[in-house]
Design a protein around this ligand. Sequence first.
Ligand SMILES: Nc1ncnc2c1ncn2[C@@H]1O[C@H](COP(=O)(O)OP(=O)(O)OP(=O)(O)O)[C@@H](O)[C@H]1O
Length: 224
Amino acid sequence: MIELKNVSLSFGEHPVLHDISLLLSEHRIAVIGANGSGKSSFARLLNGLAVPSAGTVSVDGHDTRKNGKDVRARVGFVFQNPDNQIVFPVVEEDLAFGMKNLGLDKATIASRTTEILKRYDMEHLREHPAHLLSGGQKQLLAISGVLVMNPAYVVLDEPTTLLDLRNKRRVTRALNALDQTLIHVTHDLDQIADYDRVIVIDEGRVVCDDAPSKAIPFYQELMA
Ligand SMILES: Nc1ncnc2c1ncn2[C@@H]1O[C@H](COP(=O)(O)OP(=O)(O)OP(=O)(O)O)[C@@H](O)[C@H]1O
């Protein structure tokens, strides 16, 4: 479970999130809100990419401020722009990177690489230069690079905004098939209609936290 207790976040003098307390344990959780409302900042708190200015964030009891390594082993983070995430020149090297950091042996790395490439129909791209992939393939590679590490939680910050309809559907299907707890920052309300929980953030505050049937109309009204 991810727990936020009285969490506030400021950048210098600029407050971005205000006194948020939440328990996150459902299978599919969406985070929605206007541009600049604080969604990415919220997401970045969940795996220790950002630490709170006040309050605590903990993942299965590990404080993100004190136990960053344990937290990052549990919480995978998929950035909006896959170019921020893909660091190695060849697809299989990029997939291996995170697993090497976890200390996995060569045979496990090779078998997980094969498995994930098969899962997303990308086996033929194993030795492909990563920078020559299409936007959708890059996004799938970025997601794959997180999933091969088998995190208990996957946080996604608008992972489909760059994609055409086919790749968006493909990524959406891939995400819907995951066993992990998913915390998904998105502007795409169609994608989250069957989620377990939707958190609406406005000006750095949680203003609605409910089922999609309640939270989505609330947000639409807020934006009207
Ligand atoms: N590293 C930073 N330094 C200073 N201010 C920041 C930083 N990151 C975000 N902010 C500010 O925090 C506020 C919230 O930004 P954030 O990216 O969390 O919003 P968002 O809801 O994800 O927006 P969008 O939907 O446009 O992606 C904005 O005013 C932004 O300018």
